[in-house]
Ligand binder design. Structure first.
Ligand code: C5P
Length: 235
């Protein structure tokens, strides 16, 4: 079952409330990211929870193991359902986060898509981005991360590389056919993502900037259902 996470990349609580109201009953998952959380903190999370939604707190944690474990404990207290962390923080960091109990789901970022191959080479001479993505995804899975955040194009590659690991995937860069690409370069449609059985797709502007966000979300869900009817019916 592919679930949609709407990225609440907005500036004000008012905009957040408007979107939550518009999407109520259509979308369950929302991403509260660095901007909204830095500006409004717990309030931004509470609004989603009060509307009955689930929260993916996208803070991309990356620090020494104990500090990250404490942040995961606090995320649990906030009542979020998932939190992201940089797998580059290393297996000990991921393990310390995974050992927190109870805790939200831990979703691991491999290599930021904003990093060009030349940037990666600066820090990891000789490394190729796809190889690094594979190593990080595997190390994260082994250390206890619940899902890998990556581009949808990387999902078949990772599945092929690790056919025996039941890896789950969270993918941004999703664009309905004909939608503006904005700053996304390598995109996949919601239907393609659903057909691939990707677990979560993170979608922002195609919904939040649409003239009618509810309609846009419903259209996306319809497209996904048509592409993977059996998967969505299991919901
Ligand atoms: O508006 P859009 O659909 O592009 O939003 C996608 C969300 O996913 C944004 O919050 C963006 O920061 C995030 N993201 C991304 N690409 C990545 C990692 C995260 O678009 N590689």
């Amino acid at each position: 079952m592919t679930q949609v996470i709407v990225a609440l990349d907005v500036e004000t609580i008012r905009r957040e409330e408007d979107l939550l109201r518009a999407l109520q009953g259509v979308v369950v998952w929302y991403k509260v990211g660095l901007r909204l959380f830095t500006a409004h903190g717990k309030r931004a999370v509470d609004l989603v929870r009060k509307s009955g939604g689930k929260v993916f707190l996208d803070l991309k944690l990356h620090d020494i193991p104990q500090t990250v474990a404490h942040a995961v404990q606090e995320a649990q207290r906030l009542g979020v359902d998932a939190v992201s962390l940089h797998l580059m923080g290393g297996p000990d960091m991921v393990r310390a986060a995974a050992d927190v109990s109870p805790r939200p789901k831990l979703w691991g970022v491999t290599v930021l898509t904003s990093m060009a191959p030349k940037d990666v080479k600066l820090f990891h001479p000789g490394a190729r981005v796809p190889t690094l993505v594979k190593s990080l995804a595997k190390a994260g899975w082994v250390a206890g991360a619940d899902a890998t955040i990556c581009s949808a194009q990387e999902v078949p590659v990772l599945r092929k590389a690790f056919p025996h690991l039941d890896m789950k995937f969270v993918t941004p860069g999703i664009r309905p056919m004909g939608a503006a690409l904005n700053d996304q370069a390598r995109v996949m449609t919601p239907g393609e993502a659903a057909a691939l059985g990707i677990d979560f797709v993170v979608i922002g502007r195609p919904i939040t900037h649409a003239p009618d966000p509810r309609r846009a979300a419903l259209d996306i869900l319809t497209e996904m259902k048509a592409a993977a009817p059996s998967a969505l019916e299991r919901e």
